[in-house]
Design a protein around this ligand. Structure first.
Ligand code: BES
Ligand code: MN
Ligand code: ZN
Length: 491
């Protein structure tokens, strides 16, 4: 899959600057070369650095942005990149600067001169996450990225603080790979197998197959998958890094490997995008991977419902009534409102089996959330202000857009059905909210719960700061931080 960048942390070696190949990236602050490395580079290039830093182009740049001098005189390096960064850069500034380097990284690698910057670990994280590329289906020689040598003060200390960030970037890559993978490759069974392979990392992984799901009464979930040749699966991933008797936090993900809409079939234009309809499950998987890789001291269980929504002779029909695991019946008005049917059963199962301290579900649930918030923010719904604010703070600290949406009885009332306990779809108005209200009916009283509608943020059609176009991995960073700050025992 993704080829991670080989990073090493070193002290600055001024004597190597002339002969270093690849890219040299210098983090510079003012309008003149200030650091020893900057002055050395200026001398070697006969003043190119000083002229660049004094230019109007440089003055116009914002923090984290860069200017690149191609084939600089006096250097073997093919490019000299000047990245604008104040000495007191924030964590997000450092990541953004790293991302500029990660985007420019080529087969020859890079020398990054960051000796005056305390945020070198965050810089390395930015390089790694932005250097990501999804290439398994491109013919020809796979593109390789050369090694990155990051020159910084106290390299051992920086390497130590970069270790948990490397676990985080690996989780993000796992999520992105899953979301980018087409549906003929990432079938429900293939997805489950990739999660099963995470046993090696110390996660306990169970794959529940259809007979077991039937026994459990998950007929809402099974109804969605019954028109597909790929069997439905629920995968349970347990990370037990906390105290033995402590109830876990539960993360629940929508894993619709492809969403044709079913009998309520979607229009052809853009349907190929529905390979990303398992994005919620992919984020849950990426977070679990990160927790295992960094040995998180918390109990967290990840549960994903893996199905494919296809039209077929056996497919669910509009008008069908299904009984959920909870026992409530659902009139399926629209087979394209399938995600909530999957989540209803997985949410209920999570509560019955694990009695979690809280639940967070992630789903590419509605087009309506894109109408409301575009691609900048995930829609956040919750029944618990304290829990919700903690999540919003974590997302804010990581620079992941998240915006709370309203809920209420008036919206819930729209779910009334003539023949069953509720409908699965009730028109376009407030569509993201009525979807959330539907989920809320499967959350027990007093259970703190957050629903994240990531339909607009899981995959982007253009590059973002930390990702090339395609899967973003939105939410892995925020959830990792929330778990670190709110659930892990210290020491
Ligand atoms: N997977 C879609 C939502 C979606 C849309 C995700 C665009 C990503 C991008 C979901 O299953 C769906 O089809 N929702 C319907 C619900 C409607 C039928 C009530 C929608 O949003 O149109
Ligand atoms: Mn759908
Ligand atoms: Zn869907």
């Amino acid at each position: 899959m993704n080829q991670p960048v080989a990073l090493s942390f070193t002290a600055t070696d001024l004597d190597r600057l002339a002969t270093a190949s690849g890219l040299i990236a210098l983090l510079a602050e003012g309008a003149a070369p200030a650091s020893p490395a900057a002055r050395r580079l200026d001398r070697l290039t006969r003043g190119m650095v000083a002229r660049a830093l004094a230019s109007a182009d440089w003055a116009r740049l914002k923090t984290g942005e860069s200017l690149t001098l191609a084939y600089p005189a006096g250097l073997v390096a093919e490019a000299l990149m000047l990245v604008k960064l104040p000495r007191k850069a924030s964590m997000l500034d450092a990541r953004k600067a790293g991302a500029a380097i990660g985007r420019a990284l080529g087969p020859a690698g890079a020398h990054v001169l960051a000796e005056t910057h305390p945020q070198a670990a965050e810089l390395s994280f930015g390089i790694a996450v932005r250097a990501y590329d999804f290439t398994p289906h491109k013919s020809g020689e796979p593109k390789t990225l050369g090694p990155v040598a990051l020159a910084c003060a106290r390299p051992e200390a920086v390497a130590a603080s970069a270790a948990p960030l490397a676990a985080l970037s690996e989780g993000i890559f796992f999520t992105r790979d899953l979301v980018n993978e087409p549906a003929n490759v990432l079938t429900t069974e293939d997805f489950a197998a990739r999660l099963g392979a995470m046993q090696e990392l110390g996660l306990e992984v169970e794959i529940l197959e259809e007979p077991e799901l039937k026994k459990l009464g998950m007929r809402a979930l099974l109804g969605v998958g019954q028109g597909s040749e790929s069997p439905s699966r629920v995968v349970v991933m347990q990370w037990k890094g906390g105290k033995a008797d402590e109830a876990p936090l539960a993360l629940i993900g929508k894993g619709v490997c492809f969403d044709t809409g079913g009998i309520s079939i979607k229009p052809a234009a853009g349907m190929e995008e529905m390979t990303m309809d398992m994005g919620g499950a992919a984020v849950v998987a990426g977070v679990m991977r990160t927790l295992a890789l960094r040995g998180a001291k918390a109990n967290v269980v990840g549960l994903v419902g893996l199905v494919e929504n296809m039209p077929d002779g056996r497919a669910q029909r509009p008008g069908d009534v299904v009984r959920s695991m909870k026992g409530d019946t659902i009139e399926v008005i629209n087979t394209d409102a399938e995600g909530r049917l999957v989540l209803a059963d997985v949410l209920w199962y999570a509560q019955e089996r694990f009695k979690p301290t809280g639940m967070i579900d992630l789903a590419t649930l509605t087009g309506a959330i894109i109408v409301a918030l575009g691609h900048e923010n995930t829609g956040v719904f919750s029944n618990d202000d304290g829990f919700c604010n903690a999540f919003l703070a974590a997302a804010g600290a990581e620079g992941e857009g998240a915006w709370r949406m309203p809920m209420g009885e008036g919206y819930d009332a729209k779910l009334k059905s003539r023949v069953a306990d509720m409908v699965n779809s009730c028109g376009r108005d407030g569509g993201a909210i009525t979807a959330a209200q539907f989920l809320r009916r499967f959350v027990k009283d007093g259970m703190p719960w957050i629903h994240l509608d990531i339909a607009g943020t899981a995959l982007l059609k253009s590059d973002s700061t930390l990702a090339p176009k395609g899967a973003t991995g939105w939410g892995v960073m925020a959830l990792n931080r929330l778990i670190r700050d709110r659930y892990e025992r210290k020491g």
